[in-house]
Design a protein around this ligand. Structure first.
Ligand code: GLY
Length: 258
């Protein structure tokens, strides 16, 4: 099997001017963010991925959050139309990189969707309706993915930026969640693992082929996952958290079969 790829994007010198929705603006140490990002990429390499890092610039404060720009499936990749207008200039380079691996489908206006609102668990795709993601985009995704054997479920996002701030997949039937931020009824049939009550932002974990990547900021939730027998990769993510990002946001995983 070809080596799986993780597409990442460099930390912009303008990260401190990022979009913020639910998080108060505080100073971000861009050099520390870069060091943490390098360690994040090394953790991906250690997990068996080839990292392909795209360039950035001062006109793209949020570019490190490459997840929002595409959603990658085995059969195709969807290039999003990000809900924040400032982020739409991030799409060409991501599309160019992904075109080497997948046929591309591009979300059309008036649709808007951020990849952070799209949670894939096996053949089930949950799309969070949020300040970034709207019904026309959800309809386009349903039309694209339905004939390919995926079930697309829309659900509400509340209290946080993206659906994957509130829920991520640990396995095809196992989700890590903050129940206060999801509509539980949407996730019938899944086993739900709760974040520690003192770590409401801990539901964002990155599922890799043989391990789960979690932020070092959430040790109690990490202990809970370890007790379930999951292998973890712990990374420092304090600076991207100040930019309202987390571990899934910083890569697009292409190519490991689940
Ligand atoms: N700062 C992450 C975003 O708002 O897109």
């Amino acid at each position: 099997m070809p080596q799986a790829v993780a597409i990442t994007r460099a930390v912009s010198p303008a990260l401190g001017a990022c979009e913020l929705t639910h998080v108060a603006r505080v100073p971000i140490d861009v050099e520390l963010a870069r060091a943490q990002h390098r360690a994040y990429e090394q953790a991906l390499i250690d997990a068996g991925y080839r990292v392909e890092r795209l360039d950035t610039g001062p006109d793209m404060p949020d570019s490190v959050f490459v997840e929002d720009i595409a959603v990658v499936f085995d059969e195709l990749a969807i290039i999003t139309r990000p809900g924040a207008e400032s982020r739409r200039r991030e799409t060409p380079a991501v599309a160019e990189a992904l075109a080497a691996y997948r046929p591309l489908h591009v979300i059309q206006p008036p649709g808007t969707v951020d990849g952070g609102d799209v949670l894939v668990a096996g053949r089930r795709v949950f799309v969070g309706r949020s300040s970034r993601t709207n019904d026309p985009a959800i309809a386009q995704m349903r039309q694209l993915l339905g004939p390919r054997g995926y079930t697309v479920c829309d659900t509400e996002v509340r209290g946080c930026l993206h659906l994957k701030s509130a829920a991520t997949a640990l396995d095809d039937d196992l989700l890590l969640v903050n129940r206060d931020w999801i509509d539980r009824a949407a996730f019938g049939g899944f086993t739900l693992v709760d974040v520690d009550p003192e770590e409401p932002a801990a539901a964002n974990a990155l599922r890799l082929a043989d391990r789960i990547m979690v932020s070092a900021s959430f040790p109690r939730t990490a202990d809970c996952l370890r007790r379930r027998g999951l292998q973890l990769a712990i990374v420092e993510a304090s600076e991207v958290a100040k930019a309202e990002g987390a571990v899934t946001c910083c890569s697009l995983i292409v190519g490991h079969s689940r």
